[in-house]
Design a protein around this ligand. Structure first.
Ligand code: GLN
Ligand code: ZN
Length: 758
């Protein structure tokens, strides 16, 4: 009798109801009671949608972030909010986003730092630790939700983040060793488990995804200490790991004194046999068999053939679940009205994944015949996908097979290229440029919406976008920038724009996934071999170039970033898909060059995001990722200058890969680090040109000329002046012209005064 459960359900709502409720509340348009009401309704709906499972998660719902919820449950808030007036929810949003709803200026605080949740695109609020950190139990939210679930007849399994992962996720503010806090933390967890038991919980899922990372001995020891102390709790603990293999931590995880272990049987399928061997015979093994990180239907028949003997062996001890929380996939495929029906039949969103789980359990418990029809439908869908000529394009596969290292190599070394480029471009010292986008004004958004809804004809839409491009070109000329951009008015999003023009992509209407707080992304779905039926950017750039004598930079998104911000195929390695994207972008690069564009920027904002969880696997990823960038960029002649842009701020551990990309110019985000980020470029002796961002585009503040000169002075201490550019940290699409104009004015004046003082 296999038992089914879920680790977590998307909380944002199939139509992003939570997003809109939050934003209305933040604007002061609704009261807390209404927000709470939306929360309760969503929870109820989601529990109903999981009612086919033996256990549904409770506590996975959150108004902002589950890690921040945990900090509240543990009574661990940054000191800066501890004495402020208002309700608990006020403080919650202060830590989340810097302000509550009606905060007078003095009650605003700086928001907690955000960072990526493991290797996902979800961002959590980082707990802040000092050696004086204290914890006090604040279980009300969790207990309330447990009672709420029980009153609705839900077989409720509370979900909490485990103590070791909680410490692991946080950051020490005073250099203290976070593990020193474990002794203070465990009694609070003990009390929490006691209260959950008192409120009727039988099982508690305690998430320890830190177990799939490289833990040193101290951290491994902490895991042991923690669960030996928690074993006295009067509930059954299911320790949940996900996102990767356990490897060195496998034995440790199996031997913890708890009632059950969940592992990611999608990414760590090869470990299942070993886990079964190691797991003591009284423990439950929960196998995460449905991919919680992607949107494809599972192969139910294949899974059953694999699971049947396991189920026979384990009997009641076998639990089945998605690999991880379904937070990382969209909610409901049936909401999609416009998806191509053939491709739609290959997909499963959260709700469909829950159905798959039930079907599998029924087949295991009652025999395949009891769900014969569902299994047949699933087989048909998968067979259709496997055989579809929309997925498989022999010409593309041949081109990928023919890739040689030569394809990724420039004809000459940087020093030779740069001489030719300098002659051709004749730029002044400290050339100024921007990263690509200019403000996406309300008018631009309105025009695009009207075009998408069919209210604006293509011709008229293009005319309007050309007008916007001309506007930004005139502004840049007036500002006196050296290398201009067209401003990206025609682009909704730097990945979607390219996905929409490539064959092999489809787009959902409601496939939203939470990125942080109320922010969601709608990753495009890459389903088939990638081709570029026509040029994607050439006409726009050509038009922009026709307006000016200044050099116009062509603007593209790189293959690795397109890959990392899409839902991608699970029927071939990511590296293979990335190579196809690289060949498509390469064609665009060569067409831009043929159209007379001498500078081409290929953004790789998400290159770092694709790094595997374990550092030991980084090299493999970086090798193919950088190779793909090189394939896309390096087919050009010496005179064509390749730029790349990356907006994260951590290069220390990947600097050799960055150098191997061999872009002539790299622009990076540095303004908030006071140029210290350049240290690693300096010590690595990074040979090519760098544009360290001098203007923090996330802030509405206008940087002064003096500030920029000062920052560039620091840059010059690390990088020779002749290899420095001056530019903002990132694109300006989220800013307003009134902010952009004076900021760039100061940037250009700073460049002039640096040139004069040289
Ligand atoms: N060219 C893009 C822009 O300027 C780059 C955005 C990014 O790096 N995220 O908007
Ligand atoms: Zn950027």
């Amino acid at each position: 009798m296999a038992i089914t459960h879920n680790l977590g359900f998307p909380r944002i709502g199939a139509k992003r109801e939570l997003k809109f409720a939050l934003e209305a509340y933040w604007k002061g348009q609704t009261k807390e009671a209404e927000l709470q009401q939306t929360g309760a309704e969503l929870r109820q709906l989601h529990w109903q949608q999981q009612s086919g499972l033996n256990w549904a998660p409770v506590g996975d719902f959150s108004f902002y972030d589950q890690v921040l919820d945990t900090s509240f449950t543990l009574g661990h808030l940054p000191e800066r909010v501890s004495n402020l007036a208002g309700t608990e929810l006020d403080n919650y949003f202060r830590v989340a986003r810097g302000r509550a709803v009606n905060d007078s200026a003095c009650q605003c605080v700086h928001a907690g730092e955000m960072t990526k949740w493991f290797d996902t695109n979800y961002h959590y609020i980082v707990p802040e630790f000092t050696q004086d950190t204290e914890f006090t139990l604040n279980p009300a939210r969790l207990i309330r939700q447990l009672q709420e679930a029980k009153s609705q007849g839900v077989n409720a399994k509370p979900v909490i983040i485990g103590p070791v992962t909680y410490l692991w996720l946080g950051k020490s503010k005073d250099g203290c060793d976070r593990l020193q806090l474990l002794d203070k933390l465990l009694p609070v967890y003990q009390a929490l488990l006691q209260q959950l038991a008192d409120a009727g919980a039988e099982w508690v899922q305690i998430d320890e995804p830190a177990l799939v990372t490289e833990l040193d001995r101290n951290w491994q020891h902490a895991v042991n200490v923690a669960y030996h102390q928690l074993k006295a709790a009067p509930v059954k603990l299911l320790v949940a790991t996900y996102f990767d293999e356990l490897r060195d931590n496998l034995k440790l995880a199996c031997e913890l004194p708890v009632a059950g272990l969940h592992i990611d049987a999608v990414r760590a399928r090869t470990e299942v046999v070993r886990v079964i061997d190691w797991l003591p015979s009284h423990k439950v093994l929960s196998l995460g068999i449905i991919d919680g990180r992607n949107i494809w239907k599972s192969d139910l028949t294949e899974l059953l053939s694999w699971l049947e003997p396991i189920s026979q062996k384990l009997g009641e001890r076998l639990w089945l679940a998605p690999s991880c929380s379904l937070l990382h996939v969209p909610v409901d495929l049936t909401a999609e009205q416009n998806l191509d029906s053939e491709i739609k039949n290959w997909l499963a969103f959260a709700q469909q994944k829950i159905d798959e789980l039930s079907t599998l359990a029924t087949a295991l418990n009652e025999g395949r015949a009891s769900v014969a029809e569902k299994l047949a439908q699933n087989r048909d869908a998968l067979a259709g996908r496997r055989a579809s000529d929309r997925v498989h394009n022999p010409t593309v596969q041949e081109s990928v097979a023919k890739i040689t290292p030569a394809l990724g190599k420039r004809a000459s070394s940087y020093s030779k290229r740069t001489a030719k480029q300098r002659q051709q471009l004749a730029l002044p010292r400290y050339p100024t440029t921007t990263i690509g986008s200019f403000p996406q004004t309300p008018q631009i958004r309105k025009d695009r919406l009207a075009f998408k809804q069919g209210e604006l004809k293509l011709d008229e839409y293009q005319n309007r976008m050309r007008t916007e491009i001309e506007y930004s070109v005139r502004e840049q000329e007036a500002l006196g920038l050296d290398v201009l951009v067209h401003g990206e008015a025609e682009r909704n999003d730097m990945v979607e724009y390219f996905g929409e023009q490539l064959e092999g992509y489809v787009f959902s209407q409601f496939g939203w996934v939470q990125s942080y707080g109320s922010r969601c992304v709608k990753p495009p779905i890459l389903f088939g071999d990638i081709t570029r039926p026509h040029t994607m950017t050439v006409e726009w750039i050509r038009y922009a170039q026709s307006l000016t004598d200044k050099p116009m930079k062509g603007m593209l998104t790189g293959p690795v970033t397109i890959l990392n911000w899409s839902f991608v195929r699970d029927d071939q390695p990511r590296s293979e898909t990335c190579k196809q994207l690289a060949l498509a972008i390469r064609k665009e690069v060569l067409d831009l060059q043929a159209a007379g564009v001498n500078i081409i920027q290929i953004d790789e904002a998400a290159l770092r995001e694709g790094l595997p969880l374990r550092q030991s696997q980084w090299q493999e990823y970086l090798t193919w990722a950088v190779e793909c960038f090189r394939i896309s960029a390096n087919g050009v002649k010496d005179e064509t200058q390749i730029h790349t842009h990356m907006c994260y701020s951590e290069f220390n551990d990947i600097i050799d890969a960055i150098a191997h990309m061999d872009a002539d110019v790299i622009t990076i985000e540095t303004s908030r680090s006071d140029m210290e980020l350049l240290d690693v470029f300096d010590s690595f002796k990074y040979p090519n040109e760098i544009g360290p961002g001098v203007y923090d585009i996330h802030s509405p503040n206008i940087p002064s000329e003096e500030h920029i000169v000062n920052l560039m002075g620091k840059a010059r201490e690390r990088i020779p002046a002749e290899r420095l550019w001056i530019n903002p940290d990132c694109g300006l699409k989220t800013r307003q012209w009134d902010e952009v104009r004076p900021a760039l004015q100061n940037m250009v004046s700073a460049a002039k005064s640096l040139r004069n003082s040289a």
